[in-house]
Design a protein around this ligand. Structure first.
Ligand code: SF4
Length: 285
């Protein structure tokens, strides 16, 4: 388990002024991360996680700490969120991505319930445009009723592959649990998307599994398109040494994207896919 430290933050919503989350047709306006660091930093995705090089971690970690060694919790995140939403002038335009530099359902959530308490705040404000809850954790299953009750919330589940045998990917158990969480959330009435991000080697059944999962959208991404540096960040990461395939090749991800089209679900590519959920008023017109 990572070392846990607490801070009292001054703000919780970070306005987006550029970057990956603003490059789609419907950009995000804010991110929400209640932690500095990530409790999943010591598992496979921590090997290529671009957030490990971001200043908020580098300036706040202690000497010698590696990504995944510590998580700094913004213990007042729900109260700050309530205050910032209460005074926001254009709430109906707010499109929030939770979270871009940590996972809202990392194991610590089971104890501290900061995501749950933030969801309870969002539930009091019915007029936002979009809240994406981006996770790779089946722990989200604990909150699917809360997510379903927020009209602008989407569960967005990362699923890089349906293979559980990759030494640099999720276990078979985790693949199964994530798909089960997606299906359960969809059945509970949640809006759900799956992000194949970054796309890793997959079986011939992957497109069928995604199409049958209950998700309404699938976003396919690659290390080259999605790491913010055309693959340079990934090339410098420990993952690049572990990978036993050409992770720079985007054709397999393109093939998956093409094979998902025409199956009754929305399919998006990289930044355009992440930023591809239309504003709610567009949907209503
Ligand atoms: S869950 Fe996300 S933020 Fe956390 S280590 Fe993995 S890729 Fe990075």
């Amino acid at each position: 388990m990572p070392d846990v430290r607490m801070i009292t933050a001054k703000r919780i919503l970070t306005r987006q002024k550029g970057g990956f989350l603003t490059e789609g047709p419907y950009p995000y306006t804010h991110t929400l991360s209640w932690a500095v660091g990530c409790g999943f930093g010591s598992i496979y995705c921590g090997q290529y996680c671009y957030a490990s090089a971001f200043p908020n971690w580098l300036y706040n970690k202690q000497p010698g700490e590696q990504w995944g060694d510590a998580v700094i919790l913004k213990e007042n995140a729900p109260e700050l969120l309530d205050a910032e939403l209460a005074k926001a002038k254009n709430r109906h335009e707010m499109r929030i991505f939770m979270s871009s530099v940590t996972d809202p359902y990392q194991p610590l959530e089971r104890r501290y319930r900061l995501t749950r308490r933030c969801l309870d705040v969002f539930a009091q404000y019915r007029d936002l445009d979009l809240l994406i809850i981006q996770t790779r954790s089946p722990l989200v299953i604990d909150d699917i009723d809360r997510i379903a009750a927020i009209p602008y919330a989407w569960l967005s589940m990362t699923l890089e592959t349906d293979r559980g045998d990759l030494p640099y990917g999720p276990s078979a158990n985790h693949v199964r649990q994530r798909l089960e969480a997606v299906t359960a959330a969809a059945r509970a009435g949640c809006q759900v998307q799956i992000t194949v991000s970054p796309c890793m080697p997959y079986t011939p059944d992957f497109a069928d599994l995604l199409a049958a999962s209950g998700a309404q959208r699938v976003v396919v991404d690659t290390f080259v398109d999605g790491d913010g540096s055309q693959g340079h960040r990934t090339a410098a990461s420990p993952f690049a040494e572990q990978a036993d395939y050409n992770w720079r090749a985007t054709d397999p991800a393109r093939a998956l994207y093409e094979s998902l089209r025409g199956r009754g679900l929305a399919v998006g590519w990289s930044a355009a896919g992440f930023g591809g959920i239309p504003p709610r008023q567009h949907v209503l017109i």
